[in-house]
Structure formats: structure tokens, C-alpha cells
Design a binder for this molecule. Sequence first.
Ligand SMILES: [Zn+2]
Ligand SMILES: [Zn+2]
Length: 284
Amino acid sequence: MKQRFTLHTHTVGFDGEDTARDMVSRACHLGFKTIGISNHFILHPEINQAKFYHYAKIGGYGAIYSASYDEAMGRFVPHYDELSAIIQPRTQILRGLEVDFFYHPRWEREYLRAVDTLKPDYVIGACHIVEHDGRLYNIHDIKNANADVRDKLLDLYWQKVADAAASGLFTWLAHIDLPKKVGLGREQKWSDHEARAIESISANKTPVEINTRFFKPYCYEPYPSPRIMQMMGAKNIPVLLSDDAHRVSQIGGNFDIAQRMAHENGVNNFLTMQKILDFSNKTK
Ligand SMILES: [Zn+2]
Ligand SMILES: [Zn+2]
């Protein structure tokens, strides 16, 4: 069965390159029954102090970060209104969020308030940033850290994935082995960390996406890796395909090969659209 929906996508105004309207048209053209737009909701009271925040501002995608509930609402309320105004009879349009999980005491309160205001159809949980010693590290900061700090940060990364699953706040988790984006965490020694995260994901019945954005000529696989897929298959963890499209040409990209690789590694519990919405209602 071919998946005919795509729920992990980004648009212009955040860090995507195309408008929501164009993304919807493309999904419709490909025969997708549903498209969800899930821009970044990365809220942390000290985000303005992070180095990567300044790079993002210069790069023109600072809008993915917010230091407060009010700042996030200033972006998402008009964005959701824009989505509501798009009419496409053949393709259902859903309103999602890709939310970074944080330990900061104010984070959960402000995040829950945002969900209460925006009422998203589903929420993708993500860990793009690790908190350590009062500092925020994104994936590139982790790569550039000294070797001992780097291992500590990777250790914290996997702990965070486990805790994001345990929080019960998310409909599913995104790209769970994100550090491989910068070549980290590939060695066998990380498999115990991965296994502990999968244990938490399984115990909390959290779905995980097979994210097709990673595929590289030198490493032809999605997130997560075959090693992690085998752990997921053994626990029958529910999955869906995500393209994480930041432009129209990426919609539905590599879905066939990713699904085949998942099956080859024992991952067979593919979710239907209805089941995903059921999961979403559970986390509300
Ligand atoms: Zn992401
Ligand atoms: Zn994304």
C-alpha cells in the first residue's frame, strides 16, 4: 500500500522555500489525499542568546525560533489563518507543528498554552537542540564541540529523544537519529543509546517517522538508520513516511525506496491517516 499523504512539510516565512498554496497544489497534483503543513515551533526563553539563532536571523529563517508564547503566536496565528484560506477540493489540508522538546521549566507551560490557542491537527516532536550547562547546542554546535563534550552532548541527545517520547506530548517523533546529518552517532557504541530510546518509544506507544530527507549518495538511507529500524521492527513500532519537504520538488521524495528499506528491516506497522489522527487525539 502506497502512502498517499504527507504531513511533515515546511513553508516560506519559516525555513521553507515555497508557499503553502504551492505545496498544496503539488501534493494534489501527485494524487495525495492529505497534506499537512508543520512549520517549526522552537520556543525557548534563552533562544536569543544562542549563536545559531543569530545565524538563522542573518540567513532569513529566524522565524523558526521564538523566545516566548507571544512571539510564537505572532507567527502562527496568521500562518494558520493563511492555511485555512486555501481551498483545494481534492486534497485535505491539515495544520501541524514540528515542536522542539525542551527541559526549561517555562517551556511546557508555554507550549501547552500554544496548543490550546492554535489547536493543531497533530504535533511532531523533534530534538534539534541539546541543553547543557546553561547553553543551547544545535546539531552543528555538537559536531564542532571538543570530543569529550561532543560525546556528552550525544548522550544527552538520545536521553532527550527518550524523554520526548515519555512526555506523551507528541503525535509522533521526527528524524530520531538526526546527529547523522553531521556524521555523528554512526559508530556501534551508540546502539545502546538508540536501544534505550526505542525502549521508551515502545513503552509510550509513540509512532516514529521514516524521514526521506537524509538520503545521500554516500549514505543511501532515511532517518532512522537500518540498525534502528531493526530495533523498531522487533517492537512493532508504528511508523509513517515523512518527506520533510522544504520546497515543492521534495514532496513525496523517496517514499518508495524508504518504504522498501523499512520492510527489509522488519518495519511493517505503517499507519493510516485515520490512525494518525487517533494518536493525535490521544495527545490532546
Ligand atoms: Zn526537523
Ligand atoms: Zn522538519
